[in-house]
Design a protein around this ligand. Structure first.
Ligand SMILES: Nc1ncnc2c1ncn2[C@@H]1O[C@H](COP(=O)(O)OP(=O)(O)OP(=O)(O)O)[C@@H](O)[C@H]1O
Length: 319
């Protein structure tokens, strides 16, 4: 039995040409392995192919080529088992307006063939904070409540893998906290979580491992810690007692800038110099230090560096 939650090889999706729009190759042969028990981040700019990939996993979009296996079940060989192994909280708030949350959960449980005695409707509604709206009409629910219900529906069949597609886009702090609390708890209980988000801070905080896709290709997959360590750039930020009289010291290999408010930022590469050497030159220049701090690169820097490099390579290969 595979130890991976998801195994994808050579996944390709070409949307057929329609009217004036030409055919679009949204996924260009992606290989992706997601370990069991992970909180996995799938990141990429708009149009990179994330939703296409997730919709293929959910069985909502047919792939053009490649293999997809969920919890050891090949989608083409064991479609029912592979579908039962995954629950997806979609991006769009598409709910039947005539069902109450309880009704919608019961219908979903019926679709998955869960016997009444094994349904956990009330427990899940409580978990997503919808107990007091259990019997309200879906059309009277706010956007945030609809999202809660979509999460509840994704959990009805207690899947091994939970996919959250942009779950926190435009939601308030309370809902965001509820989501992350539940994600951590479900993960602690053994559920594998796959998450797409535009908020890189969130991915950095939540995910153990991350894949970045761009233009339908996977450009990197690594642990969050390794991705952050890839960037060698660091910044030393010095708050001086008073503005430097003779301007900023010039230090080879270091880019010095003055920030609004007076702090001096020295961007350097760890491979080339050390904070100690920079501080020596700053003191030599007669600058008295009030405060010193270092800034690490964050996921946003890694993301920009990688997607930018890929876009440049693609442009070169087009020439
Ligand atoms: N049904 C469709 N028919 C034709 N083209 C499509 C269809 N769905 C998506 N595309 C195209 O495929 C590419 C990938 O889209 P996809 O929605 O998978 O990206 P994404 O990474 O999820 O972006 P976003 O973050 O904006 O949702 C885009 O160029 C998009 O326009």
């Amino acid at each position: 039995m595979s130890r991976n939650a998801i195994e994808i090889t050579g996944l390709t999706k070409t949307y057929a040409a329609q009217g004036n729009s030409p055919a679009k190759e949204a996924l260009k042969g992606i290989d992706l392995t997601i370990p069991r028990g992970a909180i996995f981040g799938l990141l990429g700019p708009n149009g990179a192919g994330k939703s296409t990939l997730i919709n293929i996993l959910a069985g909502l979009v047919n792939k053009t080529a490649g293999q997809v296996s969920i919890w050891g079940f090949d989608q083409d060989v064991n479609p029912r088992q592979s579908r039962a192994a995954i629950g997806v909280m979609p991006q769009e708030l598409n709910l039947d307006p005539f069902f109450s949350p309880r009704g919608a959960m019961e219908v979903q449980a019926g679709l998955y063939g869960i016997p009444r005695s094994q349904r956990r409707t009330d427990e899940i509604l409580a978990m997503v904070g919808l107990s007091d709206k259990a019997d309200a009409y879906a059309r009277s629910l706010s956007g945030g409540m609809r999202r809660r219900l979509l999460l509840g529906k994704a959990l009805v069949h207690h899947p091994h893998v939970l996919v959250l597609d942009e779950p926190t886009a435009g939601v308030d702090i309370e809902l965001r906290q509820m989501l992350w609390r539940n994600v951590r708890k479900l993960n602690d209980d053994g559920m594998t979580i796959i998450l797409t988000t535009h908020y890189l801070e969130e991915a950095q905080e939540m995910c153990d491992e991350i894949a970045i896709v761009n233009h339908g290709e996977k450009i990197v997959q690594d642990s969050t810690a390794n991705l952050l360590a890839r960037l060698d750039a660091k910044t030393l930020v010095i708050t001086p007692e008073s503005a430097p009289l003779n301007g900023l010291p010039t230090i080879p290999g270091v880019t010095a800038t003055q920030r609004p408010g007076g702090a001096l930022a020295f961007a350097y590469s760890r491979a080339e110099t050390s904070p100690g050497a920079i501080l020596d030159r700053v003191r030599d220049a007669g600058i008295t230090l009030r405060d010193v701090a270092t800034e690490e690169p964050d996921l946003e820097d890694v993301f920009l560096a990688l997607t930018h490099a890929q876009t440049q390579n693609l442009a070169k290969s087009d020439r």
